[in-house]
Write a protein that binds this ligand. Structure first.
Ligand code: MN
Length: 234
């Protein structure tokens, strides 16, 4: 069967996303921020929302915290439109780091703008050594979709992850559940249980394609992209 077309929004560390999707059986298609989101959404079978700088806090009716950085109105506008269309049409979505934060805001939630200054936590969430260096564990909710997808581990309740973020999900969007948290209570995963595939993770599973820790997450996502296309072409 041919590879489903997986849209990956342009970001500065694109290679590992492309490699992970290709390894999982998808055809990666890089989506440029100045493209027409309504045209692009017609050309893909699934959407990966990638990492990057901060979402404009105006999107959730706040002014920027002093540590909020890198606001890019063109990227925000493109990704919000794509995400709203994807949610409305049940297009499979895998949202990573900034992508998970954007997904939550697009669906009506909001964010902690700066973890170090707004939350008291002993956990370091901004670890910038090797991309796949373990930063902290996360607890996976037992009855979550995420637990099913990565539940091959010896201990299904916890999993070690990398971490390169200073913002996090605060109020979870209506219709979404928390699927993973770090030991300090920071939200590390969200999902929309009634969607065919709508998963956000705060860490960077794409950095582990060499060792395969999160292969099943990408493989299940690509399967969902295939299934969606089968349904719509039937
Ligand atoms: Mn983290």
């Amino acid at each position: 069967m041919s590879r489903p077309r997986v849209g990956i929004t342009r970001c500065s560390k694109l290679d590992d996303y492309v490699t992970s999707i290709h390894k999982a059986g998808g055809q990666p298609i890089v989506l440029e921020h100045d493209a027409d989101p309504n045209r692009m959404i017609e050309q893909i079978d699934g959407l990966v929302l990638t990492g990057g700088a901060d979402v404009d806090p105006a999107r959730y009716d706040e002014t920027p915290h002093p540590q909020t950085y890198g606001i890019d109105e063109t990227r925000d506008a493109f990704e919000f439109e794509l995400t709203e269309r994807a949610l409305a049409t049940d297009l499979p979505v895998l949202a990573i780091c900034r992508g998970m934060q954007l997904l939550n805001v697009a669906a009506g939630g909001d964010l902690v703008q700066d973890i170090p200054s707004q939350l008291e936590t002993p956990v370091r969430h901004s670890v910038d050594s090797r991309p796949d260096a373990v930063a902290h564990p996360v607890r996976i909710e037992r009855d979550s979709v995420l637990a099913r997808l990565i539940g091959h581990r010896s201990d299904p309740e916890t999993c070690d992850v990398n971490s390169r973020h200073h913002q996090s999900v605060r109020r979870v969007a209506p219709g979404f559940h928390v699927s993973a948290t770090s030991p300090d209570g920071v939200v590390e995963g969200i999902e929309k249980p009634d969607a065919p595939f709508c998963i956000g993770v705060q860490w960077h599973p794409e950095n582990f394609h060499r060792t395969g820790e999160f292969d099943s997450l990408f493989e299940n996502f690509v399967e969902a992209c295939k299934a969606g296309r089968r349904a719509s072409s039937a």
